[in-house]
Design a protein around this ligand. Sequence first.
Ligand SMILES: CC(C)(COP(=O)(O)OP(=O)(O)OC[C@H]1O[C@@H](n2cnc3c(N)ncnc32)[C@H](O)[C@@H]1OP(=O)(O)O)[C@@H](O)C(=O)NCCC(=O)NCCS
Length: 216
Amino acid sequence: MSASPEKPVLIVFGAGGHGRVAADAALVSGAFWRVVASDRNPATWGSELLPGVPVLSPEAAAALPGPRVVHVAIGNNPMRRGEAARLASIGPLATIVHPSASVAASARIQPGCLITAQCVVGPMAELGIGAIVNHAAVVDHDCRLAAWTHVAPGVKLGGAVQVGEAALVGAGSTVLRNLRVGADATLGAGAVLLQDLPDGEAWAGVPARPLQGASA
Ligand SMILES: CC(C)(COP(=O)(O)OP(=O)(O)OC[C@H]1O[C@@H](n2cnc3c(N)ncnc32)[C@H](O)[C@@H]1OP(=O)(O)O)[C@@H](O)C(=O)NCCC(=O)NCCS
């Protein structure tokens, strides 16, 4: 493999299933000279996350030559935010966009985001640092995802939906337009949200209601 002055090495941090999704998207995007993975778990070191994507210790990843960028591939929002802060010295955060995603030219995407296969990000949508738009999710026009949010597979966000920092919008759920999912809130898988979801609460169901005793 020859050196490329234009493209950096990508370190995908997190050698689990979500890391595989990120590494796969990074490989097919062609945006990186080389893709490697890293993890704090020594049991993963020396293995491959995907064929041709070795898992290195954080120290070995930090010693890679050349321009480096980092993508934190951890689905849990607070953990992803924490690791990004710890890994800042290794390199700047990189956004990964799968080439099959449809991202409007007017959408604004901050560093560290992951936009996976078959997603739609509509015009004037905004994604904060470290946001995840997972497989086949729709983030429609004018939506605003704050930093470290996770929009899970198959979600549909209507126009101008706001998602607060580190909130999880669960798989297959729907949020009607103009509504807000609060910071650190969780919307359960398969829910249909018809009103604003307050900060820190967990709601689920059709229509979505507060979950008694659930952990957000
Ligand atoms: C909503 C959620 C966070 C609740 O998790 P939890 O705090 O562990 O709650 P529990 O599993 O203990 O369930 C608590 C109650 O809520 C119900 N419940 C849980 N998830 C539900 C959902 N998605 N829809 C409707 N009811 C749900 C349970 O049946 C249970 O009801 P009960 O008290 O009558 O028995 C979780 O079930 C969920 O949907 N997470 C989203 C996961 C996801 O999409 N991740 C992204 C993957 S990429």
